[in-house]
Design a protein around this ligand. Structure first.
Ligand code: CP
Length: 340
C-alpha cells in the first residue's frame, strides 16, 4: 500500500505489510510521544480536525499527534457549531475545508459520510468514525496494543483467542477490529452480545470465509473462558432508534474483578475502546478492575498517539524525515510511559 496522499476510510485498505509498516513507524514515534525529543517535521502544515459527533480521545489524540510532529491544528467539535447546521452539504464543506488544511480528520454520525466528504476533498481524509460503520485508526491502535500485550506474553497475533463483548451491532470499533484481525491466521472469535445486538452478518461471514473460528454467544461467563483478550464495549445508545430501546440493553453485561477471577484464565488482557459507561445502571467495565495489571485500556489510549503520528507521517510522506528535524526536550516532562 502506498500511503502518500491517500485517504484512510476503512481497514479494508490495509494488508499485513501495510499494518507492519504502520506499526514500525509507530514504534519510532515513542521518543516524541513521550516528550523525550521534539520533532518539527510537519512545521507549517495544518490539520483540519473536524468532529461532527462527540469525542474525547480520538479528537484530542489526533490533535496531539499532529502537534507532536510540529504541525498546527484547527478544529470544530459539533454540527451545530458548523455551517452544516445551516444546510451546507458535505461536498461544499469538504471543498472549503480542504482549502484550509493539508490533511483532514473527520468524525460524523452517518455511515458513509466520511467517504462522501473525502470524494470532494482536495487533501487526504482520515475516517475518525462514521456512524456505526468503521473506526479504522481505533482498530489499528487496538491491534498495535494487542501485538504489544501478546509479545509481552511470548505470543503473536496469529492464533489469538479474543472475546468481543457487548454491543457488536452498532460498535464501529468492533467492526473495524474484526476485519483487521481477519487478515491474520487462525483467530478464535467469541462474539458475545445480548440477543439483538449481534455483529452484522457481513462481518461474521467475512471472518468465516477466511477460516477463522466464530462462536456467537449470549452469556458473558460462557464467552470469556479460555481467551487471551477480552474486548469489552459500551452499548452505543446514540445509535438506537429510541432511548427506550437502548434502555433494554443497559447493564446486561458487567465485567468486574469477581467475574474475571471466576471465569478467565490468569493474565487475560482486558481492553475497551472507551469511553466506558461508568453510570451505575450500565457499568460494563467496573472500576474495581483498575488495579488489575491486565487492564490495558489506558495503554490503548497512550498507543493511540503513536499510531496516529505514524498515519500522519506516512500519508504526508515524512516518515523517513522525522529524526532529521529532531532535537532534545529542554523543559520538565512528566514520566509518561510505562504506566497502566
Ligand atoms: N474510542 C473513541 O472513539 O473514543 P472517543 O469517542 O472519546 O473519541
Amino acid at each position: 500500500m502506498n500511503f502518500v496522499g491517500r485517504h484512510v476510510l476503512s481497514v479494508d485498505q490495509f494488508d499485513r505489510e501495510a499494518i507492519d509498516r504502520v506499526f514500525r513507524i509507530s514504534d519510532e514515534m515513542e521518543p516524541y510521544a513521550h516528550r523525550k525529543r521534539i520533532t518539527r517535521v510537519l512545521e507549517g502544515a495544518i490539520l483540519g480536525n473536524m468532529f461532527f459527533e462527540a469525542s474525547t480521545r480520538t479528537r484530542i489524540s489526533f490533535g496531539c499527534a499532529f502537534n507532536l510532529l510540529g504541525g498546527d491544528v484547527r478544529e470544530t467539535t459539533e454540527v451545530k457549531a458548523s455551517s452544516l447546521a445551516k444546510g451546507e452539504s458535505l461536498f461544499d464543506t469538504a471543498r472549503v475545508l480542504s482549502g484550509y488544511s493539508d490533511i483532514i480528520v473527520m468524525r460524523h454520525p452517518e455511515a458513509g459520510s466520511v467517504a462522501e466528504f473525502a470524494s470532494a476533498s482536495r487533501v487526504p481524509v482520515i475516517n475518525a468514525g462514521d456512524g456505526p460503520n468503521e473506526h479504522p485508526s481505533q482498530a489499528l491502535l487496538d491491534l498495535y496494543t494487542i501485538r504489544k500485550e501478546m509479545a509481552a506474553r511470548g505470543r503473536r497475533i496469529d492464533r489469538l483467542r479474543i472475546a468481543m463483548i457487548g454491543d457488536l451491532r452498532y460498535g464501529r470499533a468492533v467492526h473495524s477490529l474484526c476485519k483487521l484481525l481477519g487478515k491474520f491466521d487462525g483467530i478464535q472469535f467469541n462474539l458475545v452480545s445480548p440477543p439483538g445486538l449481534e455483529a452484522p452478518d457481513d462481518i461474521t461471514e467475512g471472518l468465516r470465509s477466511r477460516g477463522h473460528q466464530i462462536s456467537l454467544m449470549h452469556e458473558l461467563a460462557e464467552g470469556i473462558h479460555h481467551v487471551d483478550i477480552l474486548y469489552v464495549t459500551r452499548t452505543q445508545e446514540e445509535r438506537f432508534p429510541t432511548q427506550e430501546e437502548a434502555d433494554r440493553y443497559r447493564g446486561l453485561f458487567r465485567l468486574n474483578q469477581t467475574v474475571y477471577t471466576e471465569n478467565c484464565e490468569p493474565n487475560t488482557v482486558i481492553m475497551h475502546p472507551l469511553p466506558r459507561d461508568s453510570r451505575a445502571q450500565a457499568n460494563e467495565l467496573d472500576a474495581d478492575l483498575d488495579q488489575n495489571p491486565n487492564l490495558a485500556i489506558f495503554r490503548q489510549t497512550d498507543n493511540g498517539v503513536l499510531l496516529r503520528m505514524a498515519l500522519f507521517a506516512l500519508i504526508l510522506d515524512v516518515a523517513d524525515e522525522v529524526h532529521n528535524h529532531a532535537r532534545p526536550v529542554t523543559w520538565y516532562t512528566a514520566k509518561r510511559i510505562p504506566r497502566r
